[in-house]
Ligand binder design. Structure first.
Ligand SMILES: [Cu+2]
Length: 319
């Protein structure tokens, strides 16, 4: 049975999500900072933080090295399949620690909050203390607040100045709606028009491309609108700005909504993908049969990610 991914607005789903990420954050199965080439004394790395490291490493992996900013996971066609791969493995981990194989990773429909006034958006339901908690450096309310409790949420791995990972031990940071250049989350009409875009992607296959992938990833047009997935990161701010953004548990809920919009697009477009395997080697990592590797599981291919409906389905594909 496929798991059903539901809106995190449901209080029980929200509670199970918080419970499971805290279990993963407290689970140490062997990997260390030494294994991950992180400077400093060797420390155990939690299962949760392996996903933080995986995201950071992939975002800084360029193969071959002349791809105009396109890494194996961002600023290129693989952005959506790569994040689907990560989310699907994370979802299996949530199911394992909850002992609930039917549990679906929830999504946060950020475009729904984008329909609220700019002033209301940072105070919407999801940022309340009984949900994901609020803003601050460190965040001081909700389940991921920085306090003296033994299970108080701590950021352990962050991005250093040279793009490397480094050890830390601090509270989570957010600056909800505080970026003057990004006053609003993406809106519903922007989500609807993104999902209507074709083709999937286009030359030069990077942050300047037209097409669906780059609209949803949000490099163009970011300064004006919509900015979609990137805009959500910029609007939340704090730890969401770095390639260690999975440090904030909102990351998985936000990225899950991006995956939901991709699934809506896939269903309308016969699960199409570009570029084909015949594309030049400069697109290595982004062609349909190219392999994606992981710090936490076996490699897979982009093609394998085009239909995961055997693992999960969404409760709705309405943009
Ligand atoms: Cu990412």
């Amino acid at each position: 049975m496929a798991a059903i991914r539901q809106n995190v607005f449901d209080p029980l789903i929200n509670e199970q999500y918080i419970q499971s990420v805290k279990l993963l954050k407290a689970e140490f199965l062997g990997p260390t900072t030494l294994d991950l080439n992180i400077d400093g004394p060797s420390q155990p790395v939690s299962t949760y933080d392996l996903f933080v490291a995986w995201h950071h490493v992939a975002a800084n992996t360029f193969t071959p090295p002349d791809q105009t900013g396109r890494s194996v996971s961002h600023r290129g066609p693989a952005f959506l399949p790569w994040h689907r791969f990560m989310l699907s493995i994370f979802e299996l981990q949530l199911q394992r620690v909850l002992n609930a194989p039917e549990f679906g990773l929830p999504y946060w429909d950020w475009a729904s909050d984008g329909q609220l006034s700019v002033g209301q958006q940072p105070n919407s339901a999801i940022w309340q203390p009984d949900r994901m908690g609020g803003t601050g450096a460190p965040v001081s309310t909700g389940p991921f607040a920085f306090d003296d409790a033994p299970d108080s949420w701590r950021v352990r791995i962050e991005s250093g100045a040279q793009g490397q990972m480094r050890q830390t031990d601090r509270g989570l940071r957010r600056a909800l709606g505080a970026n003057p250049a990004v006053r609003s989350l993406p809106t519903k009409p922007q989500a609807v028009s993104a999902v209507a875009l074709t083709p999937y992607d286009a030359a030069p296959w990077n942050a300047t491309s037209s097409g669906f992938r780059n609209r949803l990833e949000g490099w163009r047009p970011l300064a004006t609108a919509p900015g979609m997935n990137n805009r959500v990161h910029l609007w939340i701010g704090g730890d969401m700005l770095a390639f260690t953004s999975p440090n904030d548990p909102i990351f998985f809920l936000s990225q899950c909504n991006t995956d939901r919009l991709w699934e809506a697009w896939l269903q309308r477009n016969n699960r199409a993908y570009l570029p084909a395997q015949s594309a030049p080697d400069t697109l290595q990592g982004h062609r349909i049969d190219d392999i994606m590797t992981s710090l936490v599981t076996q490699p897979t291919s982009i093609r394998q990610m085009l239909d995961l409906t055997a693992q999960y389905v969404y409760d709705t594909l309405q943009p």
